[in-house]
Design a protein around this ligand. Structure first.
Ligand code: MIC
Ligand code: SF4
Length: 642
């Protein structure tokens, strides 16, 4: 067996391990972050389960740490109290980015982790089966329910040789993205093997598994070996280690070989992580802002490299350099060993340990500015400035460019600094609050920002409505439900957020949807790529959206639509996408019968009322998902079952 199959088999609750078929797995650990967490905990509370049934569940505060009003602070209080009540560990704001902290302090090889954040696969860097999902799926897992997914195909990524100086793990995953694109991983687990694996440290592996999310992959995983052991030992967690690898004769569905020594410093150009060029091809471009951090590149070794490169230098006068270390552990160690002083002396602006600029929480670039970032997503407008040009690079390229003022190939800097993994990380978990011993006595604090979330109803016999918007390929959840410093504070207030739904594509969409009393969204390929935010389904639900007709869907978003009772219909013929126009009236007659047929592989016919034309569509759903759709979403379905 390959490693993915071993991890799935040891957690399999139902289904057969045949690619594409629905399986369910037991979840050992969960994580939430604050911007998806409020909703996940409201849903967990609605389930009425007193204490989580997982081995470890952690609630992190890392996204909404910019407290521009009472909203974020209120949400933090709600999450802290609800966590304490229900047996969940609480990682306070300032403790760091969920994925970085979880890797350092809680993740365990061989365990499953379900997180309400699309970059949860970071845990694959230490041999976890770590998957991102919508908040509702995480709530169910906290309550002891299995997690349902389509059995993925397993793609072997064979690493040969070793990286040249100045070439980094970020360049490896950018190379994978160059080859496979943002749709290349859909329905797959990327499993890393080969002699090159042992040359990569845990943080490097985690950078690669983290950005597997950008491939659309279900997750990515590395073996757990002596490198993993050394990392866990340095974290004082030697006993959490087990050895894990694929069998020598393991079989894979697909195979890609990456020769590490042939990779050069790469850059993802605006506005997609797969728009890859060599740094050397566009070197010399003037740079306005450089942001180093995010869950992809904010480890201790990343930051020590940054510090070594900044020591004795000054940031270019025309560049703003901002740095957010990934965790309190990293920040503490930089402070203790003097590296922080080197960073500060060079003129970098230090941000607190959190997501910050990556999700547009501050540091929006100037109009049309060029911003180099070590993040994982450069979707248009995500930085907070629509006209900004965001390029994704490694920390090495970022620092070289921040000092030079222009995009710089770090290989021109001479000898690369040698940064080694510490033998002992500085361990101090005082920002992690354990749950109350007696949860019953804890009073959950709910501020006025916490509003009820929309709930769907049982599927009617006929589903009809107008086409409300027509969008192109690769629409991200950042388009569907934008997140920035102005909107993130309202993640527990869906009625407010709904007024911004899909506005980057068409500012009139919310008003049109409300006036029409709801209807359908028409979309191209890979609709809903990017984040796990359930709000990209909840906001359309609030506006009365009943279905999305698309050429294809991204995995997590499709699950979120189904969980909220919205139909993710797939065009059989691409020309039907071309023929549909805004304002067309669509009807699905005998909807429940047609949905039942769809679970058996039959087509769902959508009628264009004006032309009388029948549009054949598919619904890739299991019998369970059929029942969820018929019930009007997962919460109604769960209630029906109890
Ligand atoms: C992201 O990177 O887009 C986020 C913000 O972390 C999201 C979660 C969210 O929208 O709250 C993700 O990746 O799932
Ligand atoms: Fe936070 Fe950015 Fe990572 Fe999302 S991708 S978890 S916003 S650091």
């Amino acid at each position: 067996m390959n490693l993915t199959q071993k991890l799935i088999q040891s957690h399999l609750v139902s289904g057969e391990m045949i690619a594409g078929q629905e399986i369910s797995i037991k979840i050992d650990q969960t994580l939430t972050q604050d911007s998806t967490g409020t909703m996940a905990y409201l849903q967990f509370e609605a389930m009425g389960i007193p204490t989580v049934k997982t081995e470890k569940s952690v609630a992190y505060i890392d996204h909404n740490t910019l407290q521009t009003g009472f909203e974020n602070a209120d949400d933090h209080k709600y999450i802290q109290t609800v966590a304490s009540k229900h047996g969940i560990y609480f990682s306070k704001p300032g403790n760091g980015i969920c994925h970085q902290v979880h890797l350092e302090r809680f993740g365990k090889p061989g365990k499953t982790l379900l997180g309400s954040d699309s970059h949860t696969p970071t845990g694959g860097g230490i041999g976890m089966l770590a998957i991102g999902a919508g908040g509702l799926d995480v709530a169910v897992a906290m309550g002891g329910g299995a997690y349902f997914l389509a059995m993925p195909k397993v793609c072997k990524v064979e690493l040969t040789g070793k990286l040249s100086p100045w070439v980094t793990a970020k360049d490896v995953i950018l190379e994978v993205l160059r080859r496979l694109s943002v749709k290349g991983g859909v329905g797959k687990v990327m499993e890393y093997t080969g002699e090159g694996v042992k040359t990569l440290s845990v943080p490097q592996r985690a950078t690669i598994t983290n950005m597997g999310a950008e491939l659309g992959a279900t997750t990515s995983v590395f073996p757990s070996d002596e490198v993993t052991l050394a990392f866990l030992k340095a974290q004082g967690r030697e006993e959490d280690w087990i050895e894990l690898s694929a069998d020598a004769d393991a079989v894979y569905d697909e195979c890609v070989t990456i020769a590490l020594d042939e990779i050069e410093p790469l850059v993802a150009c605006p506005h997609s992580p797969d728009n890859i060029k060599k740094v050397s091809e566009i070197t010399g471009m003037a740079v306005d802002q450089v942001a180093i951090g995010s869950c992809t590149n904010s480890s201790y070794t990343d930051m020590m490299t940054v510090a070594a490169l900044l020591k004795g230098k000054t940031v270019h006068p025309d560049v703003s350099l901002v740095i957010a270390p990934g965790s309190k552990q990293v920040m503490n160690m930089l402070a203790a060993n003097g590296a922080l002083a080197d960073i500060i002396s060079a003129g970098a602006r230090i941000l607190e340990c959190g997501c910050g600029p990556c999700i547009g929480m501050g540091q929006a670039p100037a109009t049309k500015a060029v911003s180099l970032r070590t993040i994982n997503r450069n979707f248009e407008g995500r930085s907070g400035t629509k006209s900004a040009q965001v390029y994704i690079v490694s920390p090495e390229t970022a620092v070289a460019s921040a000092v030079a003022g222009v995009l710089t190939d770090p290989r021109t800097l001479g000898e690369a600094p040698q940064v080694s993994m510490p033998e002992h990380f500085l361990i101090n978990d005082n920002l992690v609050i354990p749950p109350a011993a007696d949860g019953q006595s804890v009073k959950v604090v709910r501020g006025p920002n916490i509003q009820p979330f929309p709930k769907n109803v049982k599927m009617p016999n006929e589903i009809s409505g107008k086409t409300l918007i027509k969008v192109e390929d690769n629409i991200t959840t950042d388009h569907i439900m934008p997140s920035n410093a102005k909107l993130l504070p309202f993640r527990s207030n869906v009625p407010y957020l709904a007024d911004y739904c899909l506005t980057p594509c068409d500012p009139k969409f919310p008003a049109r949807a409300k006036a029409a009393g709801g209807g359908f969204i028409i979309a191209g390929q890979n609709y809903g790529q990017g984040s796990s935010r359930e709000h990209a389904a909840l906001a359309p639900l609030q506006l009365g959206v009943k279905g999305v007709l698309a050429k294809s869907f991204a995995r997590i978003h499709m699950a979120n639509l189904i969980n909220n009772g919205i139909l993710p219909l797939i065009f059989v013929n691409e020309w039907d996408y071309d023929n549909l126009a805004l304002g067309d009236e669509l009807t699905i007659a005998y909807a429940p019968d047609q949905i039942k047929g769809a679970a058996r592989g039959e087509l769902v016919m959508v009628t264009n009322v004006k032309t009388g034309e029948e549009i054949p569509t598919r619904l890739n759903i299991s019998e369970r998902q059929r029942d969820i759709l018929l019930a009007g979403g997962l919460l109604n379905y769960t209630k029906q079952m109890n």
